[in-house]
Design a protein around this ligand. Structure first.
Ligand SMILES: [Zn+2]
Length: 168
């Protein structure tokens, strides 16, 4: 399915997101449909929806556009969907892949979501030293991810649920 264009509240184009994410943003009242597919409809449970081609955010969002999203612990958890990079279970902490004690920094490529047990077990070691290989490589969030993080920043309590369902 084609991606959906996202406009800021000011109508400036911001990014594109997957159709799933677009629909969740609309259902969460975070965006309105500006343009729909003329012929397509989608059905979810008892609800019938237009298939959005363009949505517009209800509130203006300041986005670090064309720039890397600022690193944050919360951002790492969101990027990794609260899944531990070492065992895949629910993560509540952020681990430095190369520990700070060995010169590793606070940045997107050196941090992953981790469950508290694995974080404790790995301690001040690299994955190789600890014999704990990463299940996925950390990455720098795309502009679309940065937009979702910026949006989520305004509504912290609501974040994990809608973002994880949007990412499904
Ligand atoms: Zn774990």
């Amino acid at each position: 399915m084609r991606d959906t264009l996202v406009l800021n509240a000011s109508f400036e184009p911001l990014s594109t997101v997957t159709l799933n994410r677009a629909v969740v943003l609309v259902l969460q009242d975070k965006a309105v449909v500006e343009q729909e597919h003329p012929r397509l409809r989608m059905r979810a449970a008892a609800v019938e929806l237009p298939v959005p081609r363009v949505i517009r955010l209800c509130r203006y969002v300041r986005v670090p556009f064309r720039r890397q999203a600022p690193w944050s612990r919360r951002g790492v958890l969101v990027r990794d969907r609260h899944r531990c990079a070492y065992c895949g279970r629910r993560a509540t902490t952020v681990d430095h892949v190369v520990p700070r004690a060995q010169g590793g920094g606070d940045n997107w490529l050196n941090t992953v979501a981790s469950c508290a047990e694995d974080n404790h077990r790995k301690a001040d070691r690299t994955p190789e030293q600890a014999g704990m290989p990463l299940l996925y490589e950390p990455f720098i969030p795309s502009p679309a991810d940065a937009m979702l993080l910026a949006l989520a920043g305004r509504d912290r309590a609501a974040l994990p649920d809608w973002l994880s369902s949007a990412a499904a």
